[in-house]
Design a protein around this ligand. Structure first.
Ligand SMILES: Cc1cc2nc3c(=O)[nH]c(=O)nc-3n(C[C@H](O)[C@H](O)[C@H](O)COP(=O)(O)O)c2cc1C
Length: 379
């Protein structure tokens, strides 16, 4: 199979993964409108083509939170990454490290912080949800700090989990889920051997370490369902702001007023995101939400954006809409599922190449030159 894009990696991942995992990564909330709009709105963003400006020297690197990134991309936190490839968090983190960009570990990862951090040179980023179990939060923060994590990503768009219909049908949840997952594994032998057998233990590593007992995939939905905290407000984040000495980034901002609150709160950055269309269907795509947010807070706080990025051109589009940096979720998971860490490395190289093409044909030599000036009304 020839692989030259995220679309190809998606197809390869679908072949390799048991359906419960493919649909978990591929699906969104309700009718999946926002999921679709994330991709289509971004693809509609037209850029001004400019030519004959000697584009032989391009620089895709940026500085962010005191770190140098080889390109304006970080791997987004994705729960259960270790179910898509053997010890998937380690493989993805090593690929990001090789490329010179950050890997963000999800709080609900398979591997624990302590398994991944020693395997990479760069400091890891770590994502937290506000769970009712505040003991876990404190424990995770202390362990992240001890492991050299620099940037803390605080996800605030999941006070309750979104309704994802595909999960019930696929066997991720719903009746006889464990039996259905077992049967699906039997018909996907490559995955069953690589991850099902050799990739054990399948636990939520960070939570298991805290509880001192295995929290299995079987417990995953139940644990999360019981532990998301709909009472959360900015005030709950204050002790974390005081505790955490490094940069703190608020993930899941979609409204300029919330972005201004994040500035008032003292966050170092925000991530404009609708969780990849997995939470409230019908909310704005990130591409449509971003310009107003950038108008409101650009320059006061770093703006990252995700949801819908599938290629290097999309990265340039997000930056032109107002982001300082981007994150990718599904794109790297498809690559990881299809070809492990080598797939993620290849995908990141593809993104960089495509970014360079977009920069060449819009005549920008550095990332700081990618601004709203590149945008043009197409229809
Ligand atoms: C399967 C899956 C699991 C995710 N798990 C988390 C998570 O644990 N924490 C989090 O903050 N965001 C999570 N996200 C959201 C991603 O961090 C990111 O916002 C989203 O994937 C970006 O959209 P994209 O997939 O279109 O790139 C998850 C997304 C997917 C697809």
């Amino acid at each position: 199979m020839i692989i030259s894009s995220t679309t190809d990696y998606r197809a390869a991942a679908q072949k390799r993964l048991p359906p419960f995992l493919f649909h978990y990564i591929d699906g969104g909330a309700y009718a999946e409108k926002t999921l679709a709009h994330n991709v289509s709105d971004l693809s509609e963003v037209a850029l001004r083509q400019r030519v004959l400006k000697d584009m032989s020297q391009l620089d895709t690197s940026i500085e962010l939170f005191g770190e140098k990134l080889s390109m304006p991309v970080a791997l987004a936190p994705v729960g259960l990454t270790g179910m898509f490839a053997r010890r998937g968090e380690v493989q993805a983190a090593m690929a990001a490290d090789k490329k010179g960009i950050p890997f963000t570990m999800s709080s609900v990862s398979v591997c624990a912080i302590e398994e991944v951090a020693p395997r990479i040179q760069r400091p890891m980023w770590f994502q937290l949800y506000v769970l009712k179990d505040r003991g876990f939060l404190k424990n995770a923060l202390e362990r992240a700090q001890a492991a050299g994590v620099t940037t803390l990503v605080f996800t605030v768009d999941m006070p309750v989990p979104g309704a994802r219909y595909r999960d019930a049908h696929s066997g991720m949840s719903g009746p006889n889920a464990a039996m259905r997952r077992y049967l699906q594994s039997m018909t996907h032998p490559h995955w069953a051997m690589d991850v099902g057998l050799m990739g054990r233990p399948h636990t939520l590593g960070n939570i298991s370490t805290y509880m001192g007992k295995n929290v299995s995939l079987e417990d995953y939905m139940g644990y999360l369902g019981a532990n998301f905290d709909p009472s959360i407000s900015w005030r709950d984040l204050e002790w974390i702001r005081d505790f955490w000495k490094g940069p703190m980034v608020i993930k899941g901002i979609l409204d300029p007023e919330d972005a201004k609150d994040a500035v008032r709160f003292g966050a170092d950055g925000i991530i404009v995101s609708n969780h990849g269309g997995r939470q409230l269907d019908g909310v704005l795509s990130s591409a449509r939400a971003l310009p107003a947010i950038a108008d409101a807070v650009k320059g006061q706080i770093k703006i990252l954006a995700d949801s819908g990025i599938r290629n290097g051109l999309d990265i340039v589009r997000m930056l032109a809409l107002g982001a300082d940096c981007t994150m990718i979720g599904r794109a790297f998971i498809y690559a990881l599922a299809a070809q492990g860490g080598a797939g993620v490395s290849h995908l990141l190289d593809l993104l960089e190449k495509e970014m360079r093409v977009a920069m060449t044909l819009t005549s920008v030599k550095s990332v700081s030159e990618i601004t709203g000036n590149l945008l043009v009304q197409s229809r």
